[in-house]
Design a protein around this ligand. Structure first.
Ligand code: NAG
Length: 215
């Protein structure tokens, strides 16, 4: 009896562990070029007929130019490099531009590690390990330098130089997710009272910060 219970317990733990891993599923075919017109719903985007796939499905032009939507608050832009042929293959790419004095503020991607190469300029780039160490790993990066960020860790970019900076980032998930630490705290409706206790300060101080994050 005890043995049977132990087996059931082991099976549950094993199932739980399998469910908890955050990597994208492995592909079952060479490629599954995204068909955005499909009405079918699957885990990802349904595949286009392989016979209709062309080289352009694996192509994206314009990464040499800044793009995306300028962040009013922070002075960065992010251009998502959309390659339909990467659907289901566990990767996504972006070009990020940071104006002099701009930041890509502390954030994390719950489902991806990240590797970024500096295309232009100089940036202060780093990540922080999890509790209890909260250890900072950061470097000043120049054109041609590459820096890696482990999955799920808070990281940031700060262009504290005088020229525009650009990076090309690769993430290890089709849907990495983005959690901006400031927004999670101040833009989510958490009460000023709770925030004051969290940040070891008073309600007036958190209210003053919070109004800038709320619409
Ligand atoms: C940017 O900040 C880093 C870290 O504080 C520092 O090492 C670097 O010298 C700064 N760069 C400039 C141009 O001030």
């Amino acid at each position: 009896m005890a043995r049977a219970l132990l087996l059931v317990f082991t099976a549950i733990v094993a199932l739980g562990a399998g469910h908890g891993d955050a990597f994208d599923p492995s592909p079952l075919q060479d490629f599954c070029v995204a068909d955005p017109t499909s009405k079918v719903r699957v885990n990802g985007i349904p595949c286009k007929d392989p016979a209709a796939v062309t080289p352009d499905d694996f192509f994206f032009a314009g990464v040499d130019r800044p793009g995306g939507t300028a962040s009013r608050r922070y002075g960065f832009t992010a251009l998502s490099v959309q390659i339909p042929g990467l659907n289901t293959l566990g990767a996504s790419h972006a070009r990020v531009d940071v104006a002099p004095g701009g930041v890509f503020p502390p954030h994390y991607h719950p489902r991806a590690s990240e590797t970024a190469v500096v295309l232009d300029g100089t940036v202060y780039f780093g990540f922080v390990t999890s509790y209890p160490d909260n250890k900072l790993f950061a470097k000043v990066l120049r054109k041609g330098d590459v820096f890696a960020v482990p999955q799920g860790l808070v990281h940031f970019l700060y262009n504290n130089g005088t020229t525009p900076a650009a990076l090309y980032a690769t993430l290890s998930s089709q849907n990495p997710g983005l959690v901006l630490v400031g927004d999670v705290l101040f833009g989510s409706g958490l009460s000023d009272d709770l925030l004051a206790k969290t940040l070891l300060t008073d309600g007036e101080t958190v209210h003053k910060i919070g109004v800038k994050f709320r619409p």
